[in-house]
Design a binder for this molecule. Structure first.
Ligand SMILES: C[S@@+](CC[C@H](N)C(=O)[O-])C[C@H]1O[C@@H](n2cnc3c(N)ncnc32)[C@H](O)[C@@H]1O
Length: 295
């Protein structure tokens, strides 16, 4: 019997969160996240606690009975630059996030974000189911996982905008990883600060599906209360009455009503259920993704 509060025996090839401490459902583990990116187990620690060492020791003991795990990586988010270290095994040259038959590049060897948000699986599934024949605008695209899902779902085109050109370069590689060139070319990339460059977005409008997944707070680049309303003011120039919008927000300080108030002139089609592994004792504080219809 495992002494761990999450299963290691059922690891498959799909990436998933095994323990979501921030969701408040695991006593004394609120500062821990454990993710599976086959064949690597990633433990993220958000605070320096006395319990960290015994937890890592139990995982190491359990790993010896779990041949599927090739390496254990620990990231200490509470330290400057959030360093990662390998506690067990050897990191394969290339590790991918895998999900629903699609793959995404990961950076597990660098001290930074690894490039794939597991909690957006519900969003990717929704986009894939809606995208057939659609012209998609993906705002705050990061490494373009929503774009890959859209193209897998048959999108006609996707325009990906993000101010981080490195993230968009990974996004381009993510398309080539999954699709032959004719399909990859359906995605295009705009490395711009959204609030400095609406011109090209408006010229290429309208879009059938607009995806909005900003950070909760990012220096001067994005502040929820000030900047989300700016997007709403420009939205009518980008859509038609038939368009749909997926609006997301991952701020623990804003509940669902922040989005529903902003989109009060749109039809609320409902909030997506949390992705598997991201259940939360306080759903209002967790990631919110709500779909709206324009007309
Ligand atoms: C939460 S991530 C998006 C995740 C992405 N939707 C996914 O599913 O992987 C937020 C992104 O917003 C970008 N960003 C923040 N402020 C921005 C701005 N003013 N203009 C354009 N991109 C911005 C960041 O570079 C970051 O990549």
């Amino acid at each position: 019997m495992s002494s761990l509060p999450f299963p290691l025996s059922t690891l498959g090839s799909d990436s998933r969160r095994l323990l979501h401490g921030r969701g408040g459902l695991y006593v004394a583990l609120e500062h821990v996240a454990i993710d599976w990116f086959a064949p690597v187990l990633l433990v993220t620690l958000y605070a320096d606690k006395e319990t960290n060492s015994p937890l890592l020791q139990s995982i190491l003991t359990e790993i010896k009975n779990t041949p599927a795990i090739a390496a254990l990586v620990v990231q200490k988010r509470y330290l400057p630059k959030a360093p990662k270290s390998i506690l067990y095994g050897k990191l394969p040259t290339q590790v991918f996030a895998e999900e629903s038959g699609l793959r995404y590049h990961l950076n597990l060897d660098r001290n930074q974000n690894h490039g794939f948000f597991l909690d957006m699986k519900a969003g990717r599934d929704w986009v894939r189911s809606q995208a057939s024949g659609q012209r998609v605008l993906n705002l705050f695209a990061y490494t373009c996982s929503l774009s890959v899902a859209a193209i897998a779902g048959g999108a006609e085109s996707v325009l990906n905008l993000d101010m981080a050109s490195n993230a968009l370069s990974t996004g381009r590689r993510n398309h080539h990883l999954n699709f032959e060139s004719a399909l990859s070319e359906k995605a295009r990339y705009l490395p711009h600060d959204l609030f400095k460059s609406w011109g090209r977005l408006v010229r290429e409008a309208p879009y059938d599906l607009v995806l909005i997944d900003p950070p909760s707070q990012q220096g001067k680049s994005f502040q929820v209360e000030k900047d989300y309303p700016k997007i709403l003011r420009r939205l009518p120039e980008l859509i038609t009455p038939q368009s749909h919008i997926l609006a997301c927000l991952n701020s623990p300080h804003h509940d669902e009503s922040f989005l529903t108030n902003l989109f009060k002139d749109y039809h609320n089609l409902g909030r997506l259920s949390p992705s598997l592994g991201f259940e939360d004792s306080q759903p209002a504080a967790a990631l919110k993704c709500i779909s709206f219809a324009a007309g």
